[in-house]
Design a protein around this ligand. Structure first.
Ligand code: PLP
Length: 360
């Protein structure tokens, strides 16, 4: 038998099991694999979790962002502000919709969009701001909302923030639309999947239409504008439903692991946290340290899976020349995602911290 101390520590295996397997089997037996009742069931659970009127499930978080941006009806040359440090999908969907993503630097401590930099980036062409609750840390929403001029849409990239709360209000329910991801590194996963949340019935209809080829949602067989197929199958919806129902439990399990890390890492590295009064969504546990690359190599050499945080967009060829973003550069160089999932125990956390300690 492999001694526990040598066992591989996985980065982020999903918390799925018998309940999800039974739900999938039920869909397979029903013969209705897509556009069936599980879609509406998952949408109702998500709307409840985000405290919004409408949730529309789609095939990925990227599809959610793409549909949200398309629903804004942007014209070529319109600008959308996005954080310079984020998963590239946030900016990619803007570029692919024909508009221009304008990068705005992040606060190197929180790694979230720096609200104080928004006004300098706004021009007469600014149509929307697409900030991210990165790694599940709720944005300083009030500061962002205050900095956004009237008439400019505020859309949340809440890909990793299902379960997070800003001053008690669910992330994904703060902006005119919220975009969720159910990729396996997210708290709720369907393998691949996503959702758009909104309180605006017209936007919800637009998202539903474009998700389904542009076909009118209420029985009328007409296509007034071209759409896509970004639907989520009933098989995958069935995987998500039990997880959204136990979202509080999943979040509590992750908060327990986060707390175990934070107590051990105090004074060693910069540990993640949320603002007072907020609830972190704990999509990932991402620390910051100067010797990140050495630490990453050492963890991996000891069978501990770890990863960089995410991307500084202006360091990618697709967004080169966008300007200087020292906050994003610092996060790109220093952020380290530690193994993080509900099955980690104190011994695992001890092992990760011991491996990290020489580089702190
Ligand atoms: C901040 C952010 N936005 C968007 C996405 C894209 O989501 P998906 O992988 O489901 O397409 C991710 C996924 O990692 C993300 O972290």
């Amino acid at each position: 038998m492999v001694p526990a101390a040598d066992a591989r520590i996985r980065l982020a295996p999903p918390d799925v099991g018998a309940e999800e397997a039974a739900a999938v089997a039920e869909v397979l037996e029903s013969g209705q694999l897509t556009m069936g009742p599980k879609v509406a069931e998952l949408e109702a659970e998500l709307a409840r979790a985000c405290d919004v009127e409408h949730a529309v499930v789609v095939s990925s978080g990227t599809a959610a962002l793409h549909l949200a941006v398309l629903a804004l009806g942007l014209e070529p040359g319109d600008e959308v502000l996005v954080p310079a440090y984020t998963f590239p999908a946030t900016a990619n969907v803007v570029a692919l919709s024909g508009a221009r993503p304008v990068l705005v630097d992040v606060d190197p401590r929180t790694m979230n969009l720096d609200a104080a930099r928004i006004s300098a980036a706004v021009t007469p062409r600014t149509r929307a701001v697409l900030p991210v609750h990165l790694f599940g840390r709720p944005l300083d929403w009030d500061a962002v909302a205050e900095a956004v001029p009237p008439g400019v849409a505020l859309v949340e990239d809440a890909a990793g923030a299902l379960g997070a709360r800003r001053r008690g209000k669910p992330c994904g329910g703060l902006g005119v639309m919220g975009c969720l991801s159910f990729h396996p590194r997210k708290i709720v996963t369907t393998g691949e999947g996503g959702g758009v949340t909104t309180n605006d019935a017209e936007l919800a209809d637009a998202i539903r239409r474009t998700r389904h080829h542009g076909i009118e949602p209420r029985g009328e067989f007409e296509i007034r504008a071209p759409g896509l197929n970004y639907r989520l199958s009933d098989i995958l919806c069935a995987v998500g439903i039990p997880q959204v129902r136990r979202l509080d439990e999943l979040l509590a399990a992750r908060a327990r692991v986060a707390d175990a890390y934070t107590r051990r890492l105090d004074g060693l590295v910069e540990a993640p946290s949320a603002d007072d009064g907020d609830t972190h969504g704990w999509q990932a546990y991402v620390v910051q340290l100067d010797r990140r690359d050495e630490a990453l190599a050492a963890l991996r050499a000891q069978g501990i899976e770890a990863q960089i945080g995410t991307y500084a967009l202006h360091r990618l060829a697709a967004y080169a020349g966008a300007g200087d973003f020292p906050g994003a550069d610092a996060a790109f160089a220093r952020a380290l995602a530690l193994p993080f999932h509900s099955q980690l125990d104190d011994a695992d956390v001890d092992r990760v911290v011991a491996a990290l300690r020489p580089y702190a």
